[in-house]
Design a protein around this ligand. Structure first.
Ligand code: DGY
Length: 331
């Protein structure tokens, strides 16, 4: 009887993937609700062949040096800024992620935040709960229209495109985008126009961030960028918290530099209980739940499992972040 590869899974993931992993590996699942502490994770992975990680697990070179047998890191997320991919490649370790399946759920969340922040829905809800609703107010609760306005997408990849499609098709918005790549499909199908970041910030009514977090994009939106936006503008972030300077954002929201913000991601995560953003009425914050639907998380678990198993078998990963590792994979 051949020995099954040893795998550590840093949190319970949906059964759709867990069952597949358990069928072909000797898997241990971290049962805690919080991530395993770094020292525990290092010790768990010391003799593992495979790892299923979450965006809350930092996988860096020092960590990898303590995992001499590791062949594959399968991240249960499309983003992989928690992983030092270069360090994995240098060591012949494959990295997988979960693109595609969470596109619609995330675009839906971006749109939900956009309309919620623009129409001040949470403020209205809290006002009602507090018993402050005394009459219909001609000048009360005024928000921003959506129809025919301009959407600025920063990072016109799959999710940016899916949001733009919703806003163009349903709300007839004009679409601007900023990206290093030209997106022909967005230009042809949505009439989107590629512009520099300053133009996008100046001309958009809604600015939605969909770019990767890396050293070039960290702090992409700070005081200067917020000042370029319209006073009536709404900023949406469903990508990664550190794309936005949180202090600059709370100052801009407090001072009326921009109208409102809708965030599914913060810096840090979770947001500190005393963060000034939490004191503002014109920001809506969700706890990083854009991909949190039953169907999407099942599909993420399935891809994650398939990446892990392919990595262990020496096969190409279905969603392979570092195919350049192919020539030097660990046996
Ligand atoms: C991702 O997949 O990168 C999201 O942030 C969580 O689903």
């Amino acid at each position: 009887m051949s020995v099954k590869p040893k795998v550590f899974i840093t949190r319970r993931i949906p059964d759709a993937g867990l069952h597949l992993i358990k069928e072909s590996t000797d898997a241990e699942v971290w049962a805690g609700q919080l991530p395993p502490p770094a020292a525990v994770l290092r010790q768990k992975v010391a003799d593992c062949d495979g790892l299923v990680s979450l965006l809350t697990d930092a996988i860096d070179a020092a960590f990898l040096d303590k995992a001499p047998r590791l062949k594959v890191v399968s991240n249960f997320a499309v983003g992989f800024n928690n992983i030092d991919v270069k360090a994995c490649t240098e060591r012949g370790i494959c990295v997988g992620n979960t693109p595609g399946v969470l596109t619609d759920a995330t675009a839906d969340m971006a749109f939900a935040l956009l309309i919620t922040a623009a129409r001040r829905i949470v403020e209205g809800h809290e006002y009602t709960l507090a018993g402050k609703w005394k009459t219909w107010e001609p000048l009360g609760h005024l928000g921003q229209d959506l129809t025919g306005r301009t959407l600025g997408v920063v990072g016109m990849g799959r999710i940016g495109y899916a949001l733009a499609r919703r806003c163009r098709g349903g709300w007839h918005m004009k679409v601007l985008y900023h990206d290093v790549y030209k997106n022909e499909k967005a230009e042809q199908e949505l009439g989107a126009t590629q512009v520099d970041l300053d133009t996008l910030l100046r001309e958009s009514d809604f600015v939605s961030l969909h770019t990767d977090l890396n050293e070039k994009t960290r702090g992409l939106i700070g005081t200067e960028q917020l000042k370029k936006m319209k006073k009536s503008a709404v900023l949406i972030n469903t990508a990664r918290g550190p794309l936005v300077d949180p202090k600059a954002l709370s100052a801009a929201l407090r001072d009326g530099t921009i109208f409102a913000a809708g965030l599914d991601v913060t810096d840090p995560e979770p947001i500190a209980a005393n963060d000034p953003l939490l004191k503002l009425a014109n920001v809506v914050i969700a706890p990083h739940i854009a991909s949190a639907t039953v169907q999407t998380r099942d599909q993420m678990a399935e891809i994650c499992a398939k990446n892990l198993i392919a990595g262990l078998r020496g096969e190409p990963l279905p969603a392979w972040v570092n195919p350049e590792a192919a020539g030097k994979r660990r046996q």
